[in-house]
Design a protein around this ligand. Sequence first.
Ligand code: SF4
Length: 325
Amino acid sequence: MQTFLRPKLLVSKCIEFDHCRYDGSMINSKLVEDLKEYVDFIPVCAEMEIGLPSPRQSLRLIGNENDQRLVRSADGKDYTEAMDTFSEKFLKENTKGIDGAIIKSKSPSCGLREVKVYQSYGKSSVVTKKAQGRFGKQLTEMHHMLPVEDEARLSNFAIRESFLTKIFLIAKFKDACGIRKMRDLVDFHSRNKYLLMMYNQSQLKYLGNLVANRDKKKPEEVYDLYYENLLKALSKTPSYKTKINMLLHIFGYFSNELNNDEKVFFLDTLEKFRDSKVPFSVPLSVLQTWAFRFNKEYLKNQTIFNLYPPELMTVTDSGKGRERE
Ligand code: SF4
């Protein structure tokens, strides 16, 4: 039975934690609500931390695509310095061990992308929608390799699945880091072989060489290099092609055991997946069933079959999600 470690996530406090938005409201997110049972959250509201009340007059970014100030929309009072100083201090002191973050979309403070930038305060037109909020910008600069998403993008099935996969994997790696024994790292790598293959086959190979440690590096050094390159591997989104490639590799395990009809059935299921007629979980479940039926110990322990707690899987919520990104 697979156990999952509790990832540590930074979260915008207005998502399911507090009524701290400019209008006194809170954002509802089923994902964040469900995650509370499995994750240690660090909630923060940057605007309240710089002394603003809730409700309050709204803030906005003004400037151009390359340079913005954070000001009060009504009268232009400038909060840029206060926000930047708070963000730097808070992120340095509180986010060292996080495994990812869930941030409120489009906020001039928290937003990670597509934040509106206005010409000026008061009545004014939007110049661009490409900026980041001041807090969101510092967060992504400091943790550019970690999974950091906003609640709006997480309504997409594929993005949500990838995010959950990464945070639970990173938490597991950190746990394996505990005493830094090479044997634990070899075990971690081995259990995650097919998961990593789906993300990035060349990084899988590189990580395999690191674990083999032919040049006899110290375990601490190997662990640090492994972590860096694990994050690099996870920074790619699995493509349709890499998913099918990984599924075929696992399918190869059963070539002597399956009869012809079963092989045709699986290849037909793969075709349906390729044509977006069935989700990724369908061919994957077929392979997992065979791993148990033919008692393939190595496969049974692969994390690809247990990416994150199944209670977090919302099959009915396809949202804007698609399997292909
Ligand atoms: S978006 Fe960020 S700053 Fe704005 S209310 Fe939410 S947590 Fe606070």
